[in-house]
Write a protein that binds this ligand. Structure first.
Ligand code: SF4
Length: 506
């Protein structure tokens, strides 16, 4: 399909939040309409990325892909899905802040990425970000490999192709690539007759396996909501460092291999705070329950004298309900969200732009007028949306506004697939809590503590990435990333991890 709308989404309509990089989905199910299953799987994962969508299907002899800019419903219609016939498929929804990176266009960066290994076509889709993709790409170019873009997914596909040609074995090609790739990744890949899925050794981005009823096939997805929508039952997570191959619908159709040793786990805690859908379970914990628990913990740590608690939709709402339940202050619906306006390619007029957050959020004035409010939100990144929101709530008649945030201050950038690349963009990197409160125009502002947030998590509290609060990173950055991204007076630290580096390109 030809690129037809290569426009980035207007920055004015973007969420003032950490932005997720992607959702991935895969299915192996002979006899099923796999492109339609993938379409619905991507629908459930649409919240993870709205810039582009794509599906690739293998039919036993070849792989065909359709991808384009836009929402899943904008990219695919009956005709497009009818053209994608086969029994194994992957799909991808992409978010990008800049319409592409490294000079390639947004359309070229759309996934799945098609590549050839000898005579075989593969398609690969990726959620996350590779720390060393520039270095890997340069080394592959030196070996004569050609590239169409600098997208991480093309680097991964070409690297896997290089090692698969050497070893004549796809799983070995993936395994040796995983030994070299550094960063956060949950990837799905198809050949004409098999589905592969693999996850980085720290497990930073989530990936789950599900099973269709009556052994009709296997499904993989970024979140369990992608399994639920197609009627698949959760089977297990793809564990950090694992590669799975699916080439059959029975038990023996699934092969699981620990491709590289697990490192200290570092699942992104923001999956629970903001990214994931509340009906998803990640690593055995329900996202809604975790948000409710965060709200309760926040009420203990940062009480407020108020008449009502409201949540900023969508992810702030379960935490607001938790805060209300713990504090005894009544919960109110105070803000209505227009879910679709921020996901349009149509540029707003200047007059509409000036309406700012009102394009997306509208207060229920009759509900909040005259009340002292606790306003619960998931995070503050740049602070601009929160500032407008508070002004809007005051216009609607709120007499006091006490902002409560269920993540600690985001003072450090993320390099693992989330769009906060520099400390200059982060209000908490440059202002104190008091200064931010003044900037927002709130009567009070308080954040949950990192310990408090982790106390709401299941299992080992050391197994989550919290780098954007702590500056302690699970995967070491390149010198250039370190130079470009941090203020000179803020020095990041690195988790001690086993060094890998067993594979060599030469
Ligand atoms: S730094 Fe870690 S916790 Fe923060 S958004 Fe990135 S992966 Fe998630």
């Amino acid at each position: 399909m030809k690129p037809n709308k290569d426009l980035p989404v207007s920055p004015d309509l973007r969420e003032d939040k950490p932005e997720e990089a992607c959702g991935v989905f895969g299915v192996y199910a002979p006899g099923e309409d796999v492109s339609r299953l993938t379409y619905f799987g991507l629908h459930a994962l649409q919240h993870r990325g709205q810039e582009s969508a794509g599906i690739a299907v293998g039919d036993g002899s070849s792989v065909l892909a359709i991808k384009d800019m836009g929402l899943v419903t904008q990219v695919f219609d009956e005709n497009a899905l009818s053209a994608l016939t086969g029994f194994v498929a992957i799909g991808h929804t992409r978010y990008s802040a800049t319409g592409g990176s490294g000079g390639h266009t947004a359309w070229e960066a759309a996934e799945p990425h098609l590549s050839t290994i000898t005579d075989e076509i593969i398609a690969l889709a990726h959620n996350g970000s590779l720390i060393n993709s520039v270095d890997l790409r340069r080394r592959l170019v030196e070996l004569g490999v050609t590239f169409r873009s600098s997208a991480d997914s093309e680097v991964a596909a070409k690297l896997i192709g290089y090692f698969t040609q050497e070893s004549h074995h796809m799983r070995e090609g993936i395994r040796r690539s995983m030994e070299l790739i550094e960063g956060a990744y949950a990837m799905v890949l198809i050949t004409q007759d098999a589905l592969y899925a693999f996850r980085d050794p720290c497990g930073i981005r989530p990936l789950v396996i599900g099973r269709l009823p009556e052994q009709r096939g296997w499904v993989v997805a970024s979140e369990t909501c992608g399994l639920d929508i197609v009627g698949a039952e959760y089977y297990r997570d793809v564990e950090p460092g694992e590669v799975i191959r699916i080439k059959g619908t029975g038990d023996d159709g699934l092969i699981i291999e620990q491709a590289v040793p697990q490192q200290k786990h570092a699942l992104c805690i923001f999956e629970y705070v903001y990214f994931a859908r509340p009906d998803s379970n990640i690593d055995g914990m329900n996202v809604y329950h975790s948000r409710d628990a965060m709200g309760r913990q926040l009420a203990i740590e940062a009480p407020a004298d108020a008449d009502a608690v409201i949540g900023v939709p969508d992810s702030g709402v379960p935490s607001a309900i938790g805060y209300a339940g713990q504090s005894g202050i009544p919960y109110l619906e105070g803000i209505v969200k227009n879910r679709y306006v921020g996901r349009t390619f149509i540029q707003p007029t200047q007059a509409l732009r000036e309406r700012g957050v009102r394009l997306k959020l509208n207060p229920l004035s009759f509900s909040i007028a005259g009340k002292r409010l606790v306003v619960v939100d998931d995070s503050i990144v740049r602070g601009t949306t929160s500032q407008q929101l508070i002004a809007m709530l005051r216009d609607a008649g709120a007499s006091e506004i006490h902002v409560r945030i269920v993540s600690p201050p985001v003072s450090w950038p993320c390099f693992y697939g989330i769009d906060t690349n520099s400390q200059d963009e982060l209000i908490s990197a440059t202002k104190s809590v008091e200064e931010i409160c003044e900037f927002l125009g709130a009567d009070s502002l308080a954040y949950i503590s990192e310990e408090g947030l982790l106390s709401c998590m299941k299992g080992n509290h050391n197994s989550y990435c919290t780098s954007c609060f702590s500056g302690s990173y699970p995967v070491k950055l390149t010198e250039k990333q370190q130079q470009d991204s941090f203020r000179s007076d803020m020095v990041p630290t690195w988790w001690p991890q086993e060094s890998q580096g067993m594979a060599s390109l030469f």
